[in-house]
Design a protein. Structure first.
Length: 198
């Protein structure tokens, strides 16, 4: 694998084998921001928690490039970026029991029923979350689309592999651009779950 010169982007040589995270991260716990968007949460969280490593995943190259520039300007040595589909990255590229926490905030809800198959949350994605979380690892979810929230919450509560936690509340500086807009207009659904420790 490689990164571009002066970039914090991860570009695998092999797109079907699990990432060798040790080439890019030290032993600090790994937190993954799925759909990092413009990076507001990722950058604030990484700056506030230098004891952790952070991987931001987004499929839009323009967003990744902008966040990359911000990471370099802020000289955050605990952040790497990965331009990749969230499901594929989680299901196939993140190693088993490698992630201490996932943040999945405001994914595209694909509100029309005929588009629901495009949503990131499905049984296979939940399986991938469980596989890649370390024992005791946590998953935090938020959306402004309450029907989607209820579906995700029901699916996670019905999955006996997870324990429900009090919902994660970001600090004001960590709130995503989506949240900064939508919190003024609609309720936000939040939930958090943990893979039980051994």
């Amino acid at each position: 694998m490689r990164t571009e010169s002066h970039s914090v982007r991860i570009v695998p040589d092999d797109w079907i084998a699990p990432l060798n995270l040790g080439q890019y991260f030290d032993e600090r716990p790994l937190h993954v921001d799925v759909g990092c968007g413009k990076g507001r949460f990722l950058l604030a969280r990484a700056a506030a928690h230098p004891e952790c490593n952070f991987l931001g995943i987004d499929r839009m190259l323009r967003r990744i490039r902008k966040v990359d520039n911000k990471v370099q300007r802020k000289q955050l040595d605990n952040v790497r970026l990965f331009r990749m589909d969230a499901f594929y990255a989680t299901a196939f590229l993140l190693p088993t029991e490698s992630v201490a926490a996932y943040y999945i905030f405001f994914p595209d809800p694909w509100p029309k029923k005929r588009h629901h198959a495009h949503r990131v949350f499905n049984n296979e994605f939940i399986d991938a979350l469980f596989r890649t979380l370390k024992p005791g690892g946590e998953m935090h979810f938020a959306t402004d689309h309450l029907p989607y929230f209820e579906e995700v919450l029901a699916a996670l509560r019905a999955d006996g592999r997870f324990e429900e936690l009090p919902a994660f509340e970001p600090e004001d500086a960590e709130k995503t651009d989506f949240e900064m807009y939508y919190i003024q207009h609609v309720p936000i659904g939040r939930c958090s779950f943990r893979k039980p420790a051994l």
